[in-house]
Design a protein. Structure first.
Length: 279
């Protein structure tokens, strides 16, 4: 790797677990990344105080799925459910980590889910989340917790609603910014699995484009991956790129301003690809 470039080191990967399908997909992805970067896998289950408060109301009811049966919800039964879910989350984390021979830890916290998650994320190098939770409607692409993570955390975040398939090409949005350069230090080694790094190149003028191409080619050589570069004439051209190509992961640097903010929102709102936001 070019020693003069900034790089991002991933040593601790935090994954939020509740044993729902999105969180299990997040765990599988976190384990793959932990293996790739030789990082510690940290599982977190948060006992939601809001659920416990709701369970105290005498009119609270729970709809079981599948089956649709309705039963009274009370604080005691909710405490039991949370303990059982936490135990299952720990078990699946342990099984996943031991299969890949990863160092792992598991924590159970109680509180408001977004606040506890953001506090825990400060101690990690990467946060991995399922985009939606089991309590959200099917039409929602991004759950409230994932949306909070995108807005509030200063850490890199991986959001996904399906499995992370690194046998497919990795795509990176690259504009030459510091955030994009950091994103390249993560995207390039991950692209070694498929052997293909597809770069969506956005530059304001020809000198800026040439500079970006030189930076990309340097990393392409370091990691021995095939670099495919697509010059974006404008950000609306993203639709054509996604319609014609398959990606296992999209990586983008968040510059804390336009245009990356609007692109990230589009990617979250309109596409289902796993999205890694680098900060």
């Amino acid at each position: 790797m070019n020693k003069n470039k900034q790089s991002l080191t991933i040593r601790r990967i935090l994954v939020a677990l509740d044993t729902s399908p999105p969180s299990l997909a997040a765990l599988e992805a976190a384990a793959k990344l932990a293996l790739q970067f030789q990082a510690e896998l940290v599982g977190l289950f948060i006992e939601d105080v809001n659920l416990l408060k709701v369970a105290q109301y005498p009119f609270a009811r729970e709809i079981r799925y599948p089956g649709g049966t309705i039963q009274k919800l009370d604080a005691h039964s909710m405490e039991i459910q949370l303990r059982q879910t936490g135990a299952r989350a720990r078990a699946v984390l342990r099984r996943s980590a031991e299969q890949s021979r990863l160092q792992w830890t598991f924590r159970i916290l109680r509180g408001a889910v977004p606040a506890e998650l953001m506090a825990a994320a400060r101690e990690a190098d990467l946060l991995v989340l399922g985009r939606t939770s089991r309590r959200l409607v099917q039409s929602s692409r991004v759950g409230s917790t994932a949306e909070t993570a995108v807005i509030q955390t200063a850490r890199p975040v991986l959001l996904l609603c399906s499995n992370l398939d690194l046998s497919k090409p990795v795509m990176i949005y690259y504009d030459g910014s510091t955030a994009a350069q950091l994103a390249l230090t993560i995207a390039a080694p991950l692209a070694q699995i498929s052997g293909v790094l597809h770069v969506l190149l956005f530059a304001e003028d020809e000198p800026a484009e040439q500079k970006c191409r030189q930076e990309i080619l340097a990393y392409q050589g370091d990691f021995k991956v095939i670099g495919l570069m697509t010059r974006l004439p404008n950000h609306e051209a993203l639709d054509d790129v996604f319609a014609k190509s398959e990606f296992g992961l999209i990586v983008i640097g968040d510059t804390a301003g336009e245009p990356s903010k609007s692109i990230i929102q589009r990617l979250l709102r309109e596409f289902d690809h796993p999205l890694l936001i680098i900060r």
